[in-house]
Design a protein around this ligand. Structure first.
Ligand SMILES: *[C@@H]1O[C@H](CO)[C@@H](O)[C@H](O)[C@H]1NC(C)=O
Ligand SMILES: *[C@@H]1O[C@H](CO)[C@@H](O)[C@H](O)[C@H]1NC(C)=O
Ligand SMILES: *[C@@H]1O[C@H](CO)[C@@H](O)[C@H](O)[C@H]1NC(C)=O
Ligand SMILES: *[C@@H]1O[C@H](CO)[C@@H](O)[C@H](O)[C@H]1NC(C)=O
Length: 550
């Protein structure tokens, strides 16, 4: 998941912050479709291409292009289901590697694995993608879902497989899986194409985080703050640290101190309060990514990170309360280095001005801008930190939509080569998601929705108290203590908390129920109280079902 994050604090130009899903950000291509788990276990897949219409929904041209999908049949036996990953906003390979649970339970189900890449990402690009609005306007979730539906119909047709792609019988059952935006897609897939997928496991999918969904704009930053507080941080020092950074950035002395002490890249030296804000966003981005990826074991997205990175970060925020500005700024900076430079590479020079440092902010559009495009058109996520529920400054007035419109205007109108991309304000449809899929689960069935309590996105997902969440509808909602962004779909690990192991165990039972003819309703028990298992070395658990649960 990634979100545009747009601010105009005291309006020194519009500042923008962007989240890129840590998985989408690191999408390795694998030679011959082979990759390895930490313990050396090899996994592999075959890659195929599939023709889809550029436009599924109107009748003005017959242009087609190819999307990519990957298949693994190691565990497949005739009669088994297809586990189908609905690809998110990035190259599909990252999601293949970071959705280990699908691989791990495939043998129990004799399941085939299919990972489909989302149009306009990775290698699934139509002609002239990202050239202008006329060539980019087909980048929408509903077009992507129609691609996925056509692909599944094709896989279940015996003819037309000259490329040696596998074919399955017409009665093969399909279950959709997805995390983050991919989770939104898998839930919408089940809502919109119930005859194509018998159910969906949608992990960390902020499906209610849209206009009319009843979610406060401030939820993301409120939960980030809660995660730091519950992990033992003295959040008073975090809040005071922002003031310290901004004060220091306004004196020559302070600027020199910050630039030297933090080894700031000469390209982005702090020269005034704008530089102070750059440092603020640089640190803030790290805090938010660490909350999203607050996994119990070491991970490696942008850079290596230790297990429980938020707890590690909290070690820098002393319980004492009165410190100099330099000390407070240093606490925040040190915390951010757990995300940016945990290995302590002395040659690392933080480039803190995203307008200079981010390749994708230079005006030449490419698939790195795909999610921005989606957020500037259909997937309109309005959010802002509230001063009274987060450790940030209040940024909710003016409302977030106005800053978003400004950002989209600057991102999708004039390009570096001088041509006009052609975006217009009316293309941002605040109610796009509501109009396409509805915001409630009133007529939905067979959807698993998991939220990680530590994950800032969790507040944008359906909650346990949702009126439609019950086994008679086949709607299963877990808020999982000790879990961050889509931990449940990752490869099981010896350091996973008991809550995750229990949730996976029960949800595998729901899958069994969906796949077994005549099984009515699976009932879920409450998850057990959290036990932290992150002692000693953390290693992958392969084929460990039932993970000690009964
Ligand atoms: C968009 O780009 C395509 C491909 O280069 C071009 O044919 C078309 O005329 C452009 N449309 C607009 C409105 O600029
Ligand atoms: C915190 O305050 C206590 C008591 O004043 C002092 O002994 C301790 O050194 C302080 N810790 C830090 C990290 O400054
Ligand atoms: C925070 O401020 C908002 C906007 O002023 C208000 O609606 C909300 O009730 C406040 N929340 C808390 C927890 O004080
Ligand atoms: C953890 O791994 C290290 C390095 O492989 C090893 O030396 C150590 O004994 C292991 N510790 C435990 C508790 O297994």
């Amino acid at each position: 998941m990634k979100a545009l994050y747009l601010l105009c604090l005291f309006c020194f130009g519009v500042s923008t912050r962007k989240f890129v899903d840590p998985v989408a950000k690191t999408s390795p291509e694998h030679k011959n479709g082979v990759f390895y788990l930490k313990n050396g276990l090899q996994r592999s897949y075959n890659t195929f291409l599939f023709d889809v219409p550029l436009d599924h929904f109107s009748y003005i041209n017959d242009i087609t292009f190819k999307i990519r999908y990957m298949v693994n049949l190691d565990s497949y036996k005739a009669g088994g289901p297809i586990f189908f990953y609905t690809g998110n906003e990035g190259t599909i390979t990252g999601f293949i590697e970071n959705t280990g649970l699908m691989w791990d339970i495939a043998p129990m189900f004799n399941a085939a694995l299919v990972f489909a890449e989302h149009r306009y990402y990775g290698a699934s690009l139509p002609p002239n993608a990202y050239k202008n609005v006329s060539t980019t306007g087909f980048l929408t979730s509903e077009q992507a879902l129609a691609d996925f539906a056509e692909l599944i119909y094709f896989l279940k047709t015996p003819t037309g497989h000259q490329d040696n792609s596998p074919s399955f019988t017409a009665t093969t059952k399909v279950i959709a899986f997805g995390g983050s935006y991919g989770g939104m897609l898998s839930a919408w897939f089940r809502k919109k194409y119930p005859d194509v997928v018998i159910g969906a496991w949608a992990s960390s999918a902020p499906l209610t985080n849209f206009n009319g969904g009843g979610v406060d704009w401030g939820f993301f930053d409120a939960i980030t703050t809660r995660t730091y507080q519950e992990s033992g941080c003295n959040i008073k020092n975090i809040r005071a640290g922002w003031d310290a950074i901004l004060r220091l950035s306004q004196t020559a002395d302070g600027q020199q101190y910050l630039n030297q002490a933090f080894n700031i890249d000469p390209k982005s030296l702090i020269k005034d309060i704008n530089g102070g804000y750059n440092l603020y966003y640089y640190v803030r981005t790290a805090l938010e990514y660490m909350a999203m990826t607050d996994y119990p074991y070491p991970s490696n997205f942008l850079q290596p990170m230790p297990g429980w990175p938020v707890k590690e970060a909290c070690k820098f925020f002393s319980t004492n309360t009165t410190f100099s500005d330099r000390t407070l700024a240093g606490m925040l900076f040190s915390a951010s280095q757990i995300y940016y430079n945990y290995k302590n590479d002395p040659s690392y020079k933080p480039c803190i001005d995203s307008a200079i440092c981010d390749d994708d902010s230079l005006g030449n559009l490419g698939s790195g801008q795909g999610w921005d495009w989606q957020e500037c058109t259909e997937i309109v996520i309005e959010m802002c930190a509230r001063g009274n529920t987060s450790f940030y400054y209040d940024e909710c007035s003016p409302p977030p939509l106005s800053a978003m419109l400004d950002y989209c205007q600057s991102a999708f109108t004039k390009q570096r080569d001088g041509t006009d991309f052609g975006w217009k304000k009316g293309m941002l449809r605040e109610n796009g998601v509501r109009n396409l899929y509805g915001l409630t689960l009133s007529a939905a069935s067979n959807i698993i929705l998991t939220q990680g309590h530590l994950d800032p996105w969790s507040g944008g997902g359906y909650q346990k108290t949702d009126p439609y969440a019950n086994p008679f509808n086949g709607i299963y909602i877990f808020e999982i203590q000790g879990s961050a962004h889509h931990l449940d779909l990752r490869q099981p690990n010896t350091c996973d908390p008991n809550t995750i192991m229990n949730a996976r165990y029960q949800l595998v039972g729901v899958l069994q129920c969906w796949l077994r003819n005549g099984c009515k309703n699976a009932f879920l028990a409450d998850l057990p109280p959290l036990v932290d298992n992150s002692k000693g070395n953390c290693t992958d658990v392969i084929n460990g079902y039932p993970w000690g649960q009964a």
